[in-house]
Design a protein. Structure first.
Length: 437
């Protein structure tokens, strides 16, 4: 019924207040009804006796004036009825306070008055009846006690889900990311439960990625270290032929370079993740930057006899030049690495209305559909990419994705057909707009 915790809380406390007042009034009425009736009757009787005595003592000449002044002075409404003629005289009696036969004895009292031989029926009404302090205190006490009891019950109802949230938050803080809260409520606490469940799920995923990352780092370091240790031991023996010695030194140098690249990539990712990099964008021609990258890597693609084509006009981009240079180096190196001997690499730079698109297309190893979203994860390698001859540590594309995200862009794999794929980079075209694509 209640959609928000605020409305629920207000409704509960208003309900507590209304119920407390009604309940206390009813209980007080039943407790003191008879006593109040008797007390009020006694009060009216004493007032009637005082009127009789005052009339006897003063013997006023003008009865009408006497009764008017007396009723006004005492805040009484008086009605005299002569039984024989049914003549009615009223004093200080307005239309709103005219008595009916059904009036309660708590507000009116009728007594006979023998006035100079004629017996009148005098009815007295008090516009301001006297109360009892004990009754008032009892009523207030009942309201207070009832309210406190209902508030205690209502508070338990409101605090129960908060305690559940607190318990789950404590479990999460201790590293248990498998706990979940019920999400049946539709108020703020329900929304909080959904967010906490989402947070626990994300933290659990992050923890699994952290453990996988540590395992991958250990594996990537352990493999070259094992090779270096083995060939170093072989060299220390000193009884090997020159050919084996040269091969061992070559492998040691290769594995050392691999460790150096791995450390360099890890350092770059750490700096990018911590946002400690100095982001100083400038406007420059990315087509020329990509062209210089292709020429710089010519020894690598020429060695494999690859055909490289580039179709790009002058394209200005506001970005950090050195970071974007790393993107093109990694994408070009990736294309060279997985394009077969004599294959083809095509680079296309297009300027559209909302973004700039850069495509690195090759006819190398296809990427399975289930791997497209994971290809940019750290240390992730498609099974076919685990060939030691190809090399790589699974960090190059992760660095590309991080740099593109820093520039509020997007990178993805477009598997055009079974033999061709393209790594597509989208960057904002409007240099004044930093919205995501």
């Amino acid at each position: 019924m209640f959609k928000t915790l605020y409305v629920r809380t207000v409704g509960i406390y208003l309900g507590v207040l209304i119920f407390s007042v009604v309940f206390s009034v009813v209980v007080t009425f039943f407790i003191f009804y008879e006593k109040v009736s008797q007390d009020q009757e006694q009060i009216f009787h004493e007032k009637a006796e005082s009127i009789f005595e005052l009339y006897e003592q003063t013997q006023p000449n003008d009865f009408q004036t006497f009764m008017e002044n007396l009723s006004k002075a005492s805040s009484l409404s008086i009605q005299l009825i002569e039984p024989e003629t049914n003549h009615i005289q009223t004093f200080n009696l307005t239309e709103e306070t005219i008595l009916n036969q059904g009036d309660s004895a708590m507000t009116a009292y009728t007594v006979p008055w023998n006035l100079e031989g004629t017996v009148y029926h005098m009815t007295i009404t008090d516009d301001y009846p006297e109360g009892d302090l004990l009754e008032l205190l009892t009523l207030l006490s009942l309201i207070l006690i009832t309210g406190i009891m209902l508030v205690l019950v209502a508070t338990r109802y409101l605090v129960r889900p908060v305690n559940a949230v607190t318990k789950v938050a404590k479990e999460i803080s201790m590293g248990n990311f498998n706990v979940r809260l019920p999400t049946t409520r539709k108020d703020e606490l329900g929304s909080l439960s959904e967010n906490i469940n989402h947070m626990a799920n994300e933290l659990g995923q992050l923890e699994r990625e952290r453990q996988e990352f540590v395992a991958n780092v250990s594996h990537e370091f352990q493999s070259p270290l094992t090779s270096i240790r083995g060939f170093s031991s072989m060299l220390l023996k000193g009884d090997i032929i020159e050919e084996d010695r040269q091969r061992a030194l070559t492998i040691i140098q290769s594995e050392s370079d691999r460790l150096s690249r791995l450390s360099d990539h890890l350092l770059k990712l750490t700096v990018l993740d911590s946002d400690r990099h100095n982001y100083s964008p400038i406007q420059y021609d990315i087509s020329e930057q990509i062209r210089r990258t292709v020429f710089a890597l010519e020894p690598q693609w020429a060695k494999k006899n690859l055909q490289v084509e580039m179709n790009a006009d002058k394209t200005l981009l506001l970005a950090q030049e050195d970071l974007m240079s790393q993107v093109w180096i990694n994408l070009m190196s990736n294309a060279i690495k997985f394009t077969p001997q004599g294959g083809k690499i095509s680079i296309l730079v297009s300027t559209l209305q909302e973004f700039i698109e850069v495509r690195f297309k090759d006819n190398g190893i296809p990427i399975p559909p289930e791997e497209k979203d994971r290809i940019f994860s750290r240390f992730h390698k498609v099974d076919r990419m685990r060939d030691r001859k190809i090399g790589g540590n699974g960090l190059g594309l992760a660095i590309v994705k991080k740099i593109i995200e820093i520039h509020h862009g997007r990178v993805y794999v477009d598997q055009e057909n079974k033999t061709e794929k393209a790594f597509v980079v989208l960057l904002p075209n409007n240099t004044s707009t930093r919205g995501r694509i």
